[in-house]
Design a protein around this ligand. Structure first.
Ligand code: HEM
Length: 511
């Protein structure tokens, strides 16, 4: 009976290859990924072979549907029936076996916790002055760390230097403090998170589909890695939450943890049962770490790498900054309105905002996102049974030749309108769409803009003499990153022919 059940395809399920009992399509898919170089390429090849935008697979014991193309993806993202998250071993392990937090939950728990996080970020000055100050403080620190290398014309690797800055912004918003650069605990966390980003794929790797394999190969399946990461994060978060409990003052909100403790205590004093608990708080903080840090720093890394590869665009961006930011200060969020508008032809103004949007789309459009069907439903006319995992293939939209014509070309001006302002395009789905869209998008965009413009204002980025230019091919994984590359930073004040930029700028008013 089990065999028949494992082999049978639900009625009117999306088309796809035949599957084996127990393993489903795992082996074929793995073979195809190895042949084509990435999971999204394998999905796209299977979609073509079966003439469908909605591919039906079985991975281990899970029914899995891959939605590709704008119509199918938007149908998933905007349907309440697909507001669920997959509930497999990998997802449970991500939240230390609890299925708590925001990212991996659904139903009433998810909606109450998400509402809290959105409301809190808004109150805390999300997108306003406080957030900007935190980002600028980190930027200032990063620039001073890079200054000596620039003065001595020593090539540096930006990859390891960006994540601590982004993580510190998140940590300051969440826990009210920052880690000093080089802090060994921060470094250990970043190393583990970076390994995690590379070790898994959209479906959670083998741990998502054949979790029992962890008993045979705990190291190779990534199980030990996740356990180590969980232990480090849990220790740090529980310690921080305990310190907040000890210094708690009613009515004072220093950060997200304080705001959360207000909710916990308010519900406790009313004697009502609630989803606001200390355990849940650990998982909400964990979500901020895992969903926000490497996604943002890798994107920034891609954007800067593209500047190394496109010196002409870099110098247009620099002119944009030079013409719009007064001497003696770092770029600010209000400058965003001015950028790009000052030059003549649209191709002459690939403004800084356009460049970050461009790098997001051209290279970084593979943020894994998985949903689950909360009830029996349909997708593109096919039946989708309750519990089916739905993987969103945004790559297929962002690399659609029919729409973008030359999706692999880095043309930031394509994201700008005739006035040089960012042109919203409904086909840019980097941050998702609908009720579950990314709740950190404003923070991510602000970080990208300020770090990007701040770096270009201070340094010219180029390929170190005698070294090969960076590769545009990303390292595959859960959160894709550029392959390691080195860059020569030349202080703008020392660039022949460049307009001069003042040094020793003070980013914070009064600092
Ligand atoms: C460039 C950076 C980022 C990208 C590309 C990105 C992208 C995404 C995507 C595609 C989703 C899935 C949406 C869906 O399922 O439909 C998501 C969810 C999420 N993101 Fe981001 N994100 C970024 C930065 C951040 C930051 C900085 C934070 C932290 C504040 C954050 C917090 C979250 C959370 C908590 C969710 C889960 C939302 C939910 O399930 O309701 N993200 N993000």
């Amino acid at each position: 009976i089990l065999l028949v059940h494992q082999l049978s395809r639900p009625h009117n399920f999306p088309p796809g290859p035949r599957w084996l009992p127990l393993l489903g399509n795992l082996l074929d898919l793995k073979r195809l990924v190895r042949k084509l170089g990435s999971q999204h390429a394998a999905f796209e090849a299977l979609c073509e072979e079966h003439g469908t935008a909605v591919l039906g697979l079985r991975l281990g014991s899970d029914l899995v549907v891959v939605a590709s193309g704008f119509e199918a993806v938007t149908e998933v993202l905007t349907s309440d029936a697909f507001l669920g998250r997959p509930d497999n071993f990998f997802m449970r392990l991500r939240t230390m076996g609890t299925r708590k937090g925001i990212t991996t939950t659904d139903g009433a728990l998810w909606s109450e916790q998400r509402r809290f996080a959105v409301r809190h970020f808004r109150q805390l000055g999300y997108g306003k002055v406080h957030m900007e100050e935190l980002i600028l403080a980190e930027l200032k620190d990063l620039l001073s760390e890079l200054d000596p290398a620039a003065e001595q014309a020593t090539a540096v690797s930006l990859g390891p230097l960006l994540p601590p800055s982004v993580l510190n912004v998140l940590w300051a918003l969440t826990a009210g403090t920052r880690f000093p650069h080089g802090d060994p605990r921060l470094q250990r966390l970043l190393d583990l998170m970076s390994q995690r980003g590379k070790a898994f794929d959209m479906a959670g790797g083998v741990l998502g589909t054949l979790p029992w394999l962890r008993h045979l190969a705990p190291e190779r399946t990534g199980y030990n890695l996740l356990t180590r990461l969980n232990a480090s994060l849990k220790e740090l978060l529980e310690e921080t939450i305990a310190a907040h409990h000890a210094s708690y003052t009613q009515g004072r909100t220093r950060d997200l943890i304080d705001a959360y403790l207000h909710e916990v205590k308010a519900h406790q004093s009313e004697g009502v049962e609630s989803t606001f608990t200390d355990e849940q708080l650990v998982m909400v903080c964990l979500d901020m770490f895992l969903a926000g840090s490497y996604t943002t720093s890798n994107t920034l890394n891609f954007a800067l790498m593209l500047m190394v590869l496109h010196p002409d665009i870099q110098s247009k961006c620099f002119k944009d900054i030079y013409n719009n930011v007064e001497k003696g200060r770092l770029p600010s969020l209000t400058d965003r309105q001015k950028f790009g508008a000052s030059s003549q032809a649209p191709t002459d103004r690939p403004s800084c905002a356009g460049c970050t949007a461009g790098s997001l789309v051209v290279l970084y459009s593979r943020v894994p996102s998985g949903r689950a069907a909360l009830s029996d439903t349909t997708l593109a006319g096919h039946n989708i049974p309750q519990g089916t995992v739905v993987l969103i293939n945004t790559h297929s939209i962002h690399h659609d030749r029919k729409y973008w014509k030359d999706p692999h070309a880095f043309r930031p001006e394509r994201f700008l309108n005739a006035k040089g302002k960012i042109q919203p395009d409904e086909r840019l789905l980097n941050f998702g769409l609908g009720k579950r869209r990314c709740l950190g998008d404003a923070l991510a965009r602000n970080c990208l803009f300020l770090f990007f413009t701040g770096m270009l204002q201070r340094f010219r980025l180029s390929v170190p003499p005698g070294e090969t230019p960076p590769s545009r091919e990303p390292v595959p994984g859960l959160t894709q990153c550029p392959q390691p590359y080195r860059v020569l930073l030349t202080p703008r004040t020392a660039c022949p022919g460049s307009p001069r930029t003042p040094r020793n700028v003070s980013p914070l008013p009064g600092a």
